[in-house]
Design a protein around this ligand. Structure first.
Ligand SMILES: Cc1cc2nc3c(=O)[nH]c(=O)nc-3n(C[C@H](O)[C@H](O)[C@H](O)COP(=O)(O)O)c2cc1C
Length: 325
């Protein structure tokens, strides 16, 4: 049975509301009357912070999860196939109208979810809220570790500070970050991608001033201090890990992380990334060894807690993410 084009376009729009590293939105969609195919957009790769493209495929996994949740909402059964061992890696989602498809409470939070970069209230999560998050099911080969006791949270600070310092001292890293920063609403809206300064809690400024702030005033030392305070004010941290460091597992970790983000939004819990120790390979390996994670590779470190939401980031228009193959 043919699926209406309008519905397919709506599904793509909701998929593209997923989070992505630096809000690069590194995806390209194509479709026919019964399927949507998603491909990485290598033109949007982050060559410094994500040299192996793991964050790119995690972002695709987040978009896939949105798509699956949204399809069910529209009474469509969705099955997908990942092609990873090829020069053209892709995820093909086949859609079929079905009589009984279980809807998810998470659908309503696809547009409400955000990565909230403010400092959180130093308050523990309510017990039921925390256990709902901890009990979320993960995709095969993905596991999570929660840090919720003060002392446990603080064991992560040295790794975070070390990762942040390494990145802030790397000009290629800061230049790449700044190239994806949108320092005022006009630039953010025009681009439809990137990290809007306001979503980081800063006022709108001209691009030259934003660059000056990021490259001259923000230092490794000021960031280290900020991270220490920010982590201490979090209700907890959660580390997402994979048992195999490959494309399939990167997509799966993205799906698990997206369910976490949507569930957190449903529970009025904010979250944001503190990935630096996972992004710096030497630190990641040492952290995994010292904390006894065995062969698991930690790829996403997330802080969470209560806070007010921040201004939402933007997305590109549909015609920019849809390509005929
Ligand atoms: C794989 C991945 C890695 C990310 N890494 C970081 C990060 O290191 N620091 C950060 O502040 N945000 C990080 N983010 C969050 C994105 O910047 C955010 O999703 C994007 O700006 C869009 O904003 P939104 O999620 O609020 O819609 C990451 C997101 C993903 C999916």
């Amino acid at each position: 049975m043919m699926i209406k084009e309008k519905q397919i376009l709506q599904l793509i729009k909701l998929a593209a509301h997923a989070p992505s590293g630096h809000n690069t939105q590194p995806w390209r969609f194509s479709y026919d009357e019964g399927s949507i195919t998603m491909r990485p957009d290598f033109m949007r790769a982050l060559q410094v912070v994500d040299a192996d493209n793991h964050a790119m495929f995690i972002s695709l996994g987040c978009a896939l999860e949105n798509l699956l949740i949204a399809a069910r909402q529209y009474g469509l059964e969705a099955t997908y196939e990942i092609t990873s061992e090829s020069a053209d890696p892709n995820i093909k989602v086949a859609l079929r109208e079905a009589d009984e498809v279980a809807k998810s409470d998470l659908f309503d939070f696809i547009l409400k979810r955000q990565v909230c970069r403010s400092v959180y209230l130093s308050e523990q999560l309510e017990r039921n809220t925390l256990s709902t998050l901890i009990q979320l099911e993960n995709e095969p080969g993905v596991s999570v570790k929660y840090f919720t006791k003060r002392a446990d949270i603080e064991t992560m600070i040295p790794y975070i500070v070390e990762g942040s310092t390494a990145q802030m001292q790397n000009r290629n890293f800061t230049n790449e970050l700044v190239s994806w920063m949108r320092f005022n609403q006009k630039d953010a809206l025009r681009a439809g991608d990137g990290i809007w300064f306001s979503s980081m809690g800063f006022p709108n400024v001209p691009r030259w001033l934003g660059k000056l702030i990021m490259l001259q005033l923000v230092s490794a030392k000021s960031e280290a201090k900020r991270w220490e305070k920010t982590i201490k004010q979090s209700a907890g941290l959660v580390l997402f890990m994979v048992e195999k460091n490959d494309i399939v597992h990167w997509i799966r970790i993205g799906q698990s992380f997206q369910r976490f983000g949507l569930t957190a939004a449903l529970l009025n819990v904010c979250h944001a990334h503190v990935n630096m120790p996972c992004e710096e390979e030497a630190i990641r390996q040492r952290m995994a060894y010292e904390l006894g994670f065995g062969d698991m590779t930690p790829l996403l470190l997330i802080r969470f807690g209560y806070a007010d939401t921040m201004p939402y980031s933007f997305r590109r228009n549909l015609n920019e993410v849809i390509h005929s193959v």
